[in-house]
Design a protein around this ligand. Structure first.
Ligand code: SAH
Length: 352
């Protein structure tokens, strides 16, 4: 595979340009073009430099290959990578701006029982530039520029476990928040993890105060281990300690994701246990009704039941919200779009 120019910071790009015998200011011009979502071949540089770069670097490491628009305005994207892999992402419009959901890996190896991203296991990590390019492309697609971004907020909640691809994800967080680039503040970025405790501590030390979101989904270690294999490695208690440390270091309130699964985690007993676990902590609970994945035998609950669970948490003193389901008509939750694409195209793949 060729190298990816968007993996480089402006300083690294300057060094590359100098090593190619060009003047340093060309790097800034190139960098600005890349940040506008352009291909190398679309940037106004000399033909010689363009050829030198194209002989070693991908022209377009991430392409938007399909766009689905929901009745509520949500857009889902399928992206093609240079090696033929497919990833997906979402752009959601809110009052305060547009939030993009990005993928950090092709597939995932965490094995959560309700999730479509992990069905085929982990294919590979994405590089920082491949993560960044998802945003560069969508920002340009939505009419944004570097100066006036169409993408204002980010959630690392697409396919993959961000902390399982730690180095590239941290590098990405630095590049997407770089002042000379898209300049998206870490405060407008949420990183979601299934709870890789040692990496949560490491992230607290990076000086990148992103919002930390942890997928909890259960109130006991046994219950959690049933749906999330990672729970056999790290306990809820260890997760809560790591969250407290994250708060101490960054001053950022942390968030728990809690997907409501019928018969699994949303009875009165679970509400009481959740309150006992989280009351008084600087956290927020995000409830989401399970998006049913056809390959999985788990069912969601009704909206009414979900509101009743929310009410129990609120009366118990927790800060909580029920996330509205958006874009449900265009392919549900994480990994479902890619999974259906792969199913649909598996015929042609077998012939390769
Ligand atoms: N690996 C990370 C981020 C990816 S998923 C993590 O585990 O947090 C983003 C969120 O969607 C997680 O909370 C995940 O548990 C949840 N999720 C995955 N599949 C889902 C589904 N089918 N329905 C509802 N939530 C789901």
């Amino acid at each position: 595979m060729k190298k990816i120019l968007q993996d480089l910071s402006l300083t690294e790009l300057e060094n590359l340009i100098l090593s190619l015998g060009e003047q340093k200011f060309r790097a800034k011009q190139l960098y600005t073009g890349l940040m506008q979502g352009k291909k190398i071949s679309e940037i106004n540089i000399s033909a010689t430099l363009r050829e030198k770069l194209l002989s070693e670097y991908e022209d377009e490491p991430v392409k938007i290959s399909e766009v689905f628009t929901s009745a509520d305005g949500t857009k889902k994207f399928l992206f093609g990578l240079a090696d033929g892999n497919i990833i997906e992402g979402v752009l959601m419009a809110y009052k305060y701006g547009n939030t993009q959901c990005v993928s950090t890996q092709v597939g995932c190896r965490m094995g959560c029982k309700f999730c479509a991203s992990t069905l085929g296991g982990l294919v590979r990590n994405l590089s920082s530039g491949e993560i960044l390019c998802q945003i560069l492309k969508v920002n340009a697609f939505a009419g944004g520029t570097v100066e006036k971004r169409a993408v204002t907020n980010l959630v690392l909640m697409g396919s993959g476990e961000p902390l399982d691809n730690y180095d590239e994800v941290v590098k990405f967080l630095k590049s997407v928040s770089a002042e000379e680039g898209l300049n998206i503040s870490p405060r407008n970025i949420s990183l979601s993890t299934c709870g890789l405790v040692p990496k949560m501590y490491a992230l607290a030390e990076e000086g990148l105060p992103v919002n930390l979101t942890v997928s909890l989904h259960q109130t006991t270690d046994e219950g959690r281990a049933r749906t999330m294999p990672i729970a056999r490695k790290y306990s809820i208690d260890e997760i809560l300690k790591a969250c407290a440390y994250y708060f101490e270091r960054t001053g950022r309130r942390y968030i728990f994701e809690y997907s409501l699964i019928s018969g699994e985690n949303c009875d009165k007993k679970h509400a009481d246990e959740l309150i006992a676990l989280l009351k008084g902590k600087p956290c927020h609970v995000n409830l989401i009704r399970l998006n049913e994945v056809k390959e999985r035998n788990l069912e969601t609950i009704t909206e009414k039941q979900a509101y009743s669970f929310l009410g129990m948490l609120e009366r118990g003193g927790l800060s909580a919200t029920l996330r509205r389901q958006i874009g449900a008509d265009i392919g549900g939750a994480c990994g479902q779009l890619r999974a259906s694409y792969i199913n649909k195209n598996s015929g042609d793949k077998n012939e390769d």
